[in-house]
Design a protein. Sequence first.
Length: 161
Amino acid sequence: MIAPPPVDHLLAQLAQFATDMATILARADVDWQWRPAVQEWSLTELSCHLRDVEREVHQPRFRLVLTQERPFLAGVSADEWAGVRGYAREDGRAALEAFLAARAQTIAMLQGLDTAVWQRQGNHAFLGLTTMQELLNLVVKHDQSHWRQAQVLLQKGGTTG
């Protein structure tokens, strides 16, 4: 894995993604159910995905690495959850609010950690030995991918009227 950016930069990006996603909540014209194609997600489904991945993947991985020596970090196929969990039937605004609350918890957990803690490792199912800093970088990359997706949903028809 290529060396990740500095932790302070990654933490800032983690917070910025939450701020950017929060701007969607302020918009009255969002069509939460619009999707560009049948097999693609709506903003509601994306918000549910972000919420559940934050709570069930990112936070547990960080906790494991913080509390155990080289814990096993299971691989997760979270994309399947949209259909299995019925994301399309949920309230998109509520899901996004829940994601933002979970992200605030993640940031609180990670802020102020000693420099040495960022080099603690977990044994990731797909990536092998991975540091806390590398895990944080993966979260930021996940955010970036979904921010682009959110932009498409908002610009290409994800607004009412």
